[in-house]
Design a protein around this ligand. Structure first.
Ligand SMILES: [Zn+2]
Ligand SMILES: [Zn+2]
Length: 839
């Protein structure tokens, strides 16, 4: 891991005196919860739910709780078998598809198809037989005569050993199912131990009832006993592999999850602190388990040394997506040292925010609707926590980091009709909508933060986000049982919505640092085109990107007609399989592949951005992607009416010997026109997951494909006859069609083959120059573009004329200075001209 400055600062700060009270939940805060629950129905509901959520653990005896925690001597596994199947019904059960309900079916996982439970042995009995004097499972002590299928208990029965797992998996020849290894993580730890601690701690903060703190204290102290013995790098598997990726560090879970686990452990400790510091019965119980625990100070030392300080000293065990580790370390120090470290903490948080908003308000991590939303979500939680503690913090951070004002606007600007995100990088599933705003987790503290942001910035956006997050109403806001003036907040939101409307107006938008732009139809929010113009990010965080520079997207009629393939298909055995690599490759995107290779990254810039009229244009350039001299795409969106539009696309490339422009659509039935095709060998090596290649030379200047769109997810009601018609006008090119592979989602094995058009040019010289000219006509019923003609002779200035219905003609010109449009009526009279030139 590249250690960040923030991390060093956090580690360098001195440790202050010992903790004396809860930092985030002192008595005054807990009292507010009690008062709010008395005064507001929504707050009473939060309290009631917290009590119900903790009831299961409150009922358990101290000893039962203490025995929940397990030790490190069973191999933990991130998946039962990442690309596996059910041993009973043999149907695929990849990745995280095994169902685990640790309360209904302890020590079992269930097949989602046939509902069979595994393992077939009574693992709990085997586990109990192997506990040593400290209560930790030792496989050498365990009674192996218990390892049989309890449904077939006769040794002569052929199923006697079927489905039996001794902790290291059920084995059939080469196959191994880590039922217990995965159960320990998702069942025993997450559902029974961590959930118990979290729910008990929350119940204490909203009720002030020490019984909850006591039970949480039993769990937390027991976790602390064993915590330093957990080391995922040497004890755990990811994709069936030990030391995956050179050794994924971590504690119970691998590091990416451990950061959040630690956050919850540390936060729970702070929540219950005031409730356990004078709890003599807790000391009494724990002394019975270990005579050294003769005072609360010894328990405090156990928890702080084995969890909090251990984490501060081993930050690589919580390495995760930015800024999860930094947040956890800051939180840990705060809980140990506040308020002595107030100044240090401000500078630590300033550093976290600076990096978290560096790229158009985001961290720069790709995966637009997934990983790219992590930093904003995390920042919100951090700011929500700390602005409570330090009321001057938010104005201070906003002044020092003006881009923080863009952070929550990014996923508003990028949301198309509040239905789709233009997914760049590892995000989303093929052609799927995303109906939830991903950059915030809407909960009480976050609502309260939105109120603070609105007051400091005077930007109505935050009130609109709160309104949307709450389902388009003010009732119940801010859902924060610790809020100081909840009724005042709800009234503020209501007032802002009546003044500014429920949602910001959407217009074309260009995120020049993130390097993605959306051209939006001026009157139809569902009509939009986007261009992603980088591949490898130029910022610090180079993760989750695809080799996708100049990738084009398009929405019309409620559907995504040029979808990104989405999150890599890791469910076929990890990130190194051909399936997982494919979604990242250049050929899997609607862009130009040069010499069959993936793009190389490098500087990229938007060289023309002209929007707001009936003709809107973006041009971007990045020749280093192909290590050539020209790689420039010019996209013009031309409106034809209150909903209709078409796209005029000129893609210039120079360098290399072979240029292939790919355009894959969504689920569709293709009809090819203007060319006769015959089967062809594949254009690429087998790592490019394409098939059914056909090729031919166009008879005239134009050829193309009309895709009749299949609305597989039933998004458009009533159904409509939607098409996307691609017409190509490129000179000296070969026409190809093929099918590109994809999969329903990153956890599904349902495969699809998506129709694809390829325009290919070749030369022997090695410095091929191409000008790809295309038109995209998304339409319902009849094509909008009745006739298409190319008027220029030499590619330097591309001139195209198209005829629309009613005899209207558009003359388009794309040259070095930009794009112009002249629209004439049937009589030849100019209706308007538009020009998008300059930068
Ligand atoms: Zn099954
Ligand atoms: Zn992609």
């Amino acid at each position: 891991m590249k250690r960040t400055l923030a991390l060093w600062l956090l580690l360098a700060a001195p440790l202050a005196a010992e903790k004396r009270e809860s930092v985030f939940y002192p008595l005054a805060v807990r009292d507010r919860a009690v008062v709010n629950a008395r005064q507001h129905g929504w707050a009473a509901a939060i309290r009631k739910k917290a009590i119900a959520d903790a009831a299961r653990w409150l009922r358990m005896s101290d000893d039962e709780l203490w025995r929940e925690m397990f030790g490190p001597h069973i191999t933990r596994s991130h998946m039962v078998w990442s690309s596996g199947h059910c041993p009973a019904c043999r149907r695929p059960v990849p990745m995280y598809d095994w169902q685990i309900d640790a309360w209904a079916h302890p020590w079992k996982v269930r097949c989602p198809h046939c509902n069979e439970l595994f393992p077939k042995n009574d693992f709990e009995a085997f586990y109990r037989s192997g506990l040593d004097e400290r209560g930790v499972f030792d496989p050498k002590r365990a009674d192996r005569t218990l390892l049989f299928n309890t449904e077939h208990p006769t040794p002569s029965d052929p199923f006697y050993r079927f489905g039996v797992d001794d902790g290291e998996g059920y084995v059939e020849g080469e196959k191994r199912w880590r039922f217990i290894g995965a159960y320990l993580l998702y069942g025993q730890w997450s559902q029974r131990i961590e959930a118990g601690l979290r729910n008990l701690a929350t119940a204490y903060t909203v009720t002030g009832d020490r019984a909850y703190a006591h039970k949480a204290g039993v769990l937390l102290d027991r976790i602390a006993d064993l915590w330093p013995s957990f080391d995922y790098a040497t004890q755990g598997l990811v994709y069936e592999r030990a030391r995956y990726g050179g050794g994924v560090a971590g504690y119970v879970y691998y590091a990416i999850t451990s950061a959040y686990t630690v956050m919850r452990l540390v936060s729970a400790y702070d929540k219950i602190f005031d409730g356990i510091r004078d709890d003599t019965s807790l000391v009494g119980f724990l002394r019975g388990k270990d005579p050294r625990k003769s005072s609360f100070a010894a328990i405090q030392r156990n928890i702080e040394t084995n969890i909090l300080h251990h984490v501060l000293e081993n930050p690589r065990q919580i390495r995760t997506n930015y800024p999860g580790a930094e947040r956890t370390l800051a939180l840990t120090r705060t809980i140990l040292e506040w308020p002595a470290n107030r100044a240090q903490l401000r500078s630590d948080l300033d550093e976290i925010v600076r990096k978290g908003v560096a790229v158009d308000g985001l961290s720069g991590e790709k995966g637009l609707s997934s990983y790219a939303a992590i930093a904003p979500r995390e920042l919100a939680e951090i700011l929500a926590e700390y602005s409570h503690l330090d009321p001057g913090l938010l104005p201070y951070l906003l002044e020092r980091n003006p881009k923080l004002r863009d952070t929550y606007r990014f996923h508003v600007d990028m949301w198309i009709n509040r239905e789709y995100y233009p997914n760049s990088g590892d995000a989303g599933s093929f052609a799927r909508k995303l109906l939830e705003y991903p950059a915030l987790t809407f909960n009480g503290p976050v609502y309260s933060l939105l109120g603070r942001l609105a007051r400091v910035t005077r930007d109505p956006l935050y009130m609109q986000l709160a309104w949307m997050g709450n389902g388009g109403r003010a009732e119940g806001l801010p859902h924060d049982i610790f809020a100081e003036d909840p009724a005042g907040f709800a009234a503020e939101v209501k007032a802002a919505i009546s003044r500014h409307g429920p949602w910001p107006a959407a217009a074309s938008v260009n995120k020049k640092e993130w390097r993605i732009a959306i051209l939006r139809h001026r009157t139809d929010p569902g009509s939009a085109v986007w261009l992603d113009y980088d591949s490898v990010p130029e910022g610090d965080l180079k993760s989750h990107y695809h080799f996708d520079a100049m990738n084009l997207g398009l929405y019309f009629g409620g559907l995504n007609l040029l979808p990104e393939f989405g999150y890599p298909a890791v469910q076929f055995g990890d990130w190194h399989t051909p399936q997982a690599i494919w979604h990242r490759k250049t050929a899997a995107h609607n862009t130009v592949v040069v010499d069959g290779r993936d793009q190389a990254g490098g500087p990229t810039e938007c060289t023309l951005w002209n929007t707001g009229g009936p003709l809107q244009v973006i041009r971007a350039s990045s020749p280093s992607q192909i290590k050539g001299s020209v790689y420039e795409r010019t996209i013009a969106m031309i409106e034809t009416g209150p909903t209709g539009y078409y796209v005029f696309d000129v893609f210039r490339v120079q360098g290399g010997k072979e240029h292939a422009k790919h355009t894959h659509t969504t689920f569709a039935e293709p009809t090819v026109f203007g060319v006769r095709l015959a089967p062809s060998p594949p254009l690429y090596d087998p790592g490019t997951l394409m098939r059914a290649f056909q090729t031919g030379r166009a008879a005239g200047p134009a050829w193309g494909v009309d895709w009749k769109i299949e609305d597989k997810y039933g998004y458009v009601q009533p159904p409509r006859d939607l098409h996307l018609r691609y017409t190509d006008l490129t000179r000296d090119a070969e026409a190809y069609t093929a099918e590109s592979w994809t999969v329903a989602s990153a956890t599904s094995t349902t495969e699809y083959w998506i129709p694809t058009a390829i325009v290919r040019r070749r030369s022997d010289s090695g410095d091929l120059a191409s000008t790809f000219v295309g038109l995209l006509d998304p339409y319902q019923g009849q094509p909008q573009l009745k006739r298409i003609a190319r008027l220029d002779q030499d590619d330097a200035a591309v001139r195209v004329e198209v005829e629309l219905s009613g005899g209207i003609r558009d003359r388009l010109l794309s040259n070095a200075s930009g794009v112009t449009l002249e629209r004439r009526d049937a009589e030849g009279k100019v209706i308007f001209t538009a020009s998008a030139t300059g930068r």
